[in-house]
Structures are given as structure tokens and as C-alpha cells.
Design a protein around this ligand. Structure first.
Ligand code: FE2
Length: 372
């Protein structure tokens, strides 16, 4: 059974790792310029900043995209001997940095490294004509990093070294904020403990393989969240199934642990998904039969049922309300990273009631790729 627990009990005022939220997510990609075009034109982001040869940066090109409170950074290498090129060679397009806004970078880094996190970059200032930002970086699962960001009142377009940049795209306002970011790992418990120890996160939910299994595919998942519930990191591991699980497929093609999906919140999932489809975003197909039981399961959505069916949107509920969600197909060539669009109406869960229908849909895709 899945279990929902209050995340605030026992935390008191002594939270040693207060987080303001996700500052940005940086993906290492094969071609940042074209990826920026894809995310702006297909997903409705606005290109707002750039760093590269034209701004005096010699080893990489980075485009910063914004939509609502979401910031994506797309970074590509300019030389074969770049660690970015090496990362891309091994993993394909993928999430490299989940950056977290914190009130005090030095404090966050000190607490994290004291409690077992491995440091990558000690606290340092990054400065340009606009001002100064404080940064520090630690490792998490696989080759993924967490950067602590202290912006103060930095007024520049993104971070020092970046210049304001426009390619004519605009913020469409469809997607508002990051809801959660999921990691796929070989063994979840050490990483749950990592987020508990290092980030003072609490396990708010877990799913066993009884919850999340179909005939062929199974996974186990635990969700950790910070005290304010602004940062939520579900962690998945593969569970025993008859055939290869979707998590194993990810681990094989990403060649190790990494971020599986970024869930982004919207206020109008029906309108947003219709628009995203028009722009070329591909979503997982949901069997029509899935909708037969929805009005009984979640009566609140009965008036919207036709729209939800037309757009392939999934419905789940818990004691506190319901949620609507949909999953894109992988955004790159490898069957690894994808996005989720979510509209919450009180529910704090992650769609575990949808997992069976969802995984059956996923397995059909996996089967088409010859990986089941
Ligand atoms: Fe999710």
C-alpha cells in the first residue's frame, strides 16, 4: 500500500537545510541551439539568456529558457575533449544539474558535506557587471549534481557570464513551476537516506512493487520532500518482473542512474496538452478503456471526461483531492528523460493510482523499441 505521511511533524524550527525551491535545471545536450528551438517552440518556453563564444565563453554554449517560474538551461560542448562532450557521449541528452535556491550557500554546502555529501565546487562568488551570485555544488545520484544558488538581489538575466538573449520566442504561460523531479537509481534506499541525512528531507510517500507492477514491469518508489514541500524528489528503483522494467531500460540507455522525468505544473492541463500536441509534443497513448472507470474513481472530473479522454490525460485522487497528469514520450533519441504535465486539485500524491494503466501504456512503447 502507498502511505502518505505528514512531512512537517518533528521538524521544528531547526531545519538545517532550508530550501527556497528549484532554481534551475541544466541539461547537457548534443546541440544546445537546436534543443533551445525545440523547448521554446514545442514546449512554449522563452529563450532569455545565452552564454557562449559571443559572450566570451570558449568551451560551451548554454541557452536559458524560462516559462512561469521554470528555468531550463541547455548546454552543449564546443570541443571533443570537453567533459560536457564526454557526459553526452555516455548518457545522451540528460539532466546534469538540479540547482536549488538556498538562503545561505555557505551554510548549505557546509551542512551537506558534513552530513556525507561529496563536494564538487566549494562556495564561491560568480561576478559580472550586473552583480554577484554565490554558488556551490555537490554530487547526487549517478553523475547528477546539485548546485546551491544564492542570488541575493542579482538583477542579471540568469547567472554571471550570461547575457540577455532573444530568438523571438515568448513565455506562453502554459507551464508554471516544477512540481517534482524523479531520479532513477539501482537501489533507492541509500539515496532516500542521502536526501534524509543531507537535505533533512522526509519520506512522504512510498510505493512497493505491489502498487506499481504489471505482468512485465515493476518498480519501487519513495518520495522525499523538504520541510516546506517545495522540493519533491521521488526516487525509483527497478523491481523484479518477468521482463525488463522501464527503470532498467532507463538505466541501460542512460548508462547509469539519472533524472527520469521533470514534472511541471499547469492550471489548465486540457488546454495546455491540446496546444502542446499542436506544437508537436508527443505523449504516451492511454488505452480508451482506462476512461471507463474514471467517473467512479474520481467523480469530480466527470464533466471533463470527454476532454480528458481526447487528450489522453490521466486522473488520480487521494484523501485530499485529485490530480490530472500526462507523460510525454522521451524528449531525446534514447528512451530516458521525459516530462510530466500535472494539474493538482488538492491531491499531494504522484499518480500511483495511474501506475498500472500508465505502465501498460509504457510497456507498449518499450515493446515497439524491442526492449521488453
Ligand atoms: Fe511524476
Amino acid at each position: 500500500m502507498s502511505t502518505v505521511e505528514q512531512t512537517t511533524t518533528g521538524r521544528g524550527l531547526q531545519d538545517y537545510m532550508p530550501l527556497n525551491g528549484v532554481d534551475h535545471v541544466e541539461l547537457f545536450v548534443g546541440n544546445a541551439k537546436q534543443a533551445a528551438y525545440f523547448y521554446s517552440r514545442a514546449y512554449g518556453f522563452e529563450v532569455v539568456a545565452y552564454s557562449g563564444l559571443e559572450t566570451g565563453v570558449r568551451d560551451r554554449a548554454s541557452y536559458v529558457l524560462r516559462q512561469g517560474r521554470i528555468r531550463l538551461v541547455l548546454t552543449g560542448a564546443l570541443h571533443s575533449d570537453s567533459p560536457i562532450a564526454e557526459h553526452h557521449r555516455q548518457h545522451g541528452d540528460g539532466v546534469k544539474v538540479i540547482a536549488l535556491s538556498v538562503p545561505d550557500v555557505d551554510h548549505a554546502y557546509r551542512e551537506a558535506t558534513t552530513r556525507g555529501a561529496e563536494g564538487v565546487a566549494e562556495p564561491h562568488d560568480a561576478t559580472d557587471a550586473h552583480g554577484t551570485v554565490r554558488l556551490a555544488t555537490i554530487k547526487t545520484y549517478g553523475e547528477t549534481l546539485h548546485t546551491f544558488v544564492g542570488r541575493g538581489g542579482y538583477p542579471g538575466p540568469f547567472l554571471p557570464g550570461y547575457e540577455a538573449w532573444s530568438d523571438g520566442s515568448t513565455d506562453t504561460g502554459m507551464l508554471l513551476a516544477i512540481d517534482h523531479i524523479v531520479g532513477n537509481v539501482e537501489h533507492m534506499d541509500p539515496w532516500v537516506k542521502f536526501y534524509e541525512d543531507v537535505f533533512n528531507m522526509k519520506e512522504m510517500l512510498h510505493f512497493t512493487d505491489n502498487d506499481i507492477s504489471t505482468e512485465y514491469s515493476a518498480l519501487m518508489s519513495k518520495v522525499v520532500a523538504d520541510g516546506k514541500g517545495v522540493v519533491k524528489f521521488p526516487i525509483n528503483e527497478p523491481a523484479e518482473g518477468k521482463r525488463k522494467s522501464q527503470i532498467e531500460e532507463y538505466l541501460e540507455f542512460y548508462e547509469g542512474p539519472g533524472a527520469q522525468h521533470i514534472a511541471v505544473a499547469t492550471r489548465d492541463i486540457v488546454g495546455t496538452v491540446a496546444e502542446l500536441r499542436k506544437r508537436g509534443v508527443e505523449f504516451l497513448d492511454i488505452p480508451a478503456a482506462y476512461y471507463d472507470e474514471v467517473p467512479q474513481r474520481v467523480p469530480e472530473v466527470a464533466p471533463q471526461l470527454d476532454d480528458l479522454r481526447t487528450q489522453g490525460i490521466l486522473v488520480d485522487h487521494d484523501d485530499e483531492g485529485y490530480l490530472l497528469q500526462i507523460f510525454t514520450k522521451p524528449v531525446g533519441d534514447r528512451p530516458t528523460v521525459f516530462f510530466e504535465i500535472i494539474e493538482r486539485h488538492g491531491a499531494r500524491g504522484f499518480g500511483d493510482g495511474n501506475f498500472k494503466a500508465l505502465f501498460e501504456a509504457l510497456e507498449r512503447e518499450q515493446d515497439r523499441r524491442g526492449n521488453l
